[in-house]
Design a protein around this ligand. Structure first.
Ligand SMILES: [Zn+2]
Length: 424
C-alpha cells in the first residue's frame, strides 16, 4: 500500500491548502515561491498514541465550549484564555494550548453556518514544527511534563525521498488514529513562463486553451456507479446497520476518484513544465450553488455535478504546479462559458446542453475550449510570449486598459489580506 504517488494527497489538510497566487503588488511574478506538500505516513496505533489523541480531542472540545460560552472571538484570545488553565487541568506541556486553540478555533469558525453545536468528533491532533522532533523515521511528540510519545513511521520509497531530502523544511505534523501527515516545504524558483494556458473543468473533461483535452468521464462514471449502488442498497436493506456501513461507504469511491484526478493533474503539470506554461484556473466559489435545483439540469446530473470534485482537481493541479515551480493564477469565473472568445460578446441564453459555441461574429468552436480561452485571457501572470493572436473585444479592452496595474495592485492587496486572515 505504501510508496505510491496516490499517497501524496493531503486529505486531512486539503481544507487548509491555500495555493500561491503569483502576482505581487507591482503586478509581477516573484522569483521564487514557497511550495508545501504534505506527505502521508502510516503508523501502528498504541495505547499511548490513543491516549494522546483522546486527550487532545478532550482539550479541543473543552476549548470550543469555553469559546462559545464566553463569546471569545479569535484564535489568539482563545489561546490566552486557556493557556494556564489547560496546563494545570490536563498537565500537558506548554505547546498544547497553542495547537488546541488553533484547531478549536478553526472548528468554531467553520461551524458558524451550521445549526448544531460544534464539537470535535474525529481523533486528530496537530503540532507545529518547532514542537516535535523527527529522527529519521521516529517521530517524537511531547505530551505531559517529562513524557514524550515515540512513533515509528512506516513509509515507502515515495515518503523516503522526502525524509532524505536535506533541502526540504519540515512543517506541522497532523496525526489521526491511523495515519500521520507531515508538511514539507521548499523555496523554489518560479519558471519564467513563455505562455499562459487556461483550464476549463467540466463534468466530462479538463479542456486546455491550447486544445488539449483530458478525459474525466471516469470520474462521472464512478459517481454514477457508486451512487446507483448506494441507492439500490438503501432501498432494500435500509434497516441492517452492519450491511449499511459495509456498502454505503463512499471511501472506495473517493479513493478511486482521487487516483483518476492524480493522473490528470500530473499530466497537466508535466506538460506545463515542459512547455514553460503558466496555469490559469477559475475561482470556483459558486460551483455548488449553480448546480442546485432550478437550473436546467435533471436530478441525476445535478447529483453528479454537486459531487464532482472540481476543487480537489484544482488543488491537486495547484500544489503539484507550485512544487514544480509552475506559476498558477486563479481568475474570476464570471461568464467564462458565455462570452465569445473571439469577439467578446455575451450570450446569456446559452443552454447547458449546447456543446458548441456559435456566435454571430462567425466563431464556431467547442464550448469548453471557448471557456478555456476566456480563462486564459483573464490571466495576468507575465509571460515572455504574447497572448493568443486574433483576439478582439474583451481582450483588447483588457490589454489596452491603462488602469490595469491599479486593479492588479488592489487585487494583490486583497489577496494578501485574505492570506493573512486565514491561518491554516
Ligand atoms: Zn463572437
Amino acid at each position: 500500500m505504501l510508496g505510491g504517488e496516490n499517497l501524496d494527497t493531503n486529505c486531512a489538510l486539503a481544507s487548509t491548502f491555500e495555493p500561491a497566487i503569483l502576482i505581487d503588488a507591482r503586478g509581477l511574478a516573484p522569483n521564487s515561491i514557497k511550495a508545501v506538500k504534505s506527505v502521508k505516513f502510516s503508523y501502528t496505533p498504541t495505547p499511548m498514541t490513543r491516549e494522546l489523541l483522546e486527550a487532545f480531542r478532550d482539550m479541543v472540545n473543552d476549548a470550543i465550549r469555553i469559546c462559545l460560552d464566553e463569546g471569545i472571538k479569535g484564535r489568539l484570545k482563545l489561546r490566552d484564555r486557556i493557556y494556564k488553565e489547560f496546563r494545570l487541568r490536563y498537565r500537558v506541556v506548554s505547546c498544547f494550548p497553542f495547537s488546541v486553540a488553533e484547531v478549536a478555533w478553526s472548528i468554531v469558525k467553520k461551524h458558524r453556518r451550521w445549526h448544531r453545536k460544534p464539537f470535535a468528533k474525529r481523533l486528530m491532533m496537530k503540532m507545529d514544527a518547532q514542537n516535535y522532533a523527527l529522527n529519521y523515521s521516529i517521530l517524537s511528540l511531547p505530551f505531559r511534563k517529562g513524557e514524550r510519545v515515540f512513533i515509528p513511521l512506516r513509509f515507502g520509497d515515495y515518503q523516503r525521498s522526502f525524509l532524505m531530502d536535506p533541502t526540504l523544511k519540515r512543517g506541522s505534523v497532523t496525526m489521526t488514529d491511523n495515519c500521520i501527515f507531515i508538511a514539507f516545504s521548499k523555496e523554489i524558483p518560479t519558471i519564467k513562463s513563455e505562455s499562459r494556458v487556461g483550464i476549463d473543468l467540466n463534468e466530462k473533461s479538463a479542456v486546455l486553451s491550447d486544445g488539449t483535452r483530458f478525459n474525466l468521464s471516469e470520474v462521472a462514471r464512478l459517481h454514477t456507479e457508486y451512487g446507483v449502488r448506494r441507492s439500490d442498497f438503501h432501498g432494500r436493506h435500509s434497516n441492517d446497520r452492519r450491511l449499511r456501513q459495509k456498502f454505503a461507504s463512499s471511501r472506495r469511491e473517493k479513493e478511486r476518484v482521487k487516483q483518476v484526478l492524480n493522473v490528470v493533474s500530473k499530466q497537466i503539470v508535466e506538460k506545463a513544465v515542459k512547455n514553460r506554461e503558466a496555469i490559469i484556473l477559475e475561482k470556483l466559489k459558486g460551483i455548488r450553488k449553480s448546480s442546485m435545483r432550478g437550473n436546467q439540469m435533471g436530478r441525476a446530473t445535478r447529483r453528479r455535478a454537486n459531487l464532482w470534485p472540481f476543487r480537489q482537481l484544482q488543488q491537486q493541479i495547484a500544489y503539484k504546479a507550485s512544487w514544480a515551480g509552475v506559476p498558477v493564477e486563479f481568475v474570476p469565473a464570471t461568464m467564462t462559458s458565455r462570452t465569445c472568445s473571439r469577439c467578446g460578446s455575451i450570450n446569456r441564453k446559452l443552454k447547458i446542453k449546447e456543446r458548441e459555441w456559435r456566435c454571430p461574429c462567425g466563431a464556431i468552436l467547442d464550448r469548453d475550449l471557448n471557456a478555456a480561452i476566456n480563462i486564459e485571457r483573464r490571466g495576468k501572470i507575465p509571460c515572455l510570449g504574447e497572448v493568443r493572436p486574433g483576439a478582439q473585444g474583451t481582450d483588447e479592452a483588457v490589454k489596452g486598459n491603462p488602469t490595469t496595474p491599479v486593479i492588479l495592485r488592489a487585487e494583490a492587496l486583497k489577496l494578501a489580506r485574505r492570506e493573512h486572515v486565514q491561518p491554516s
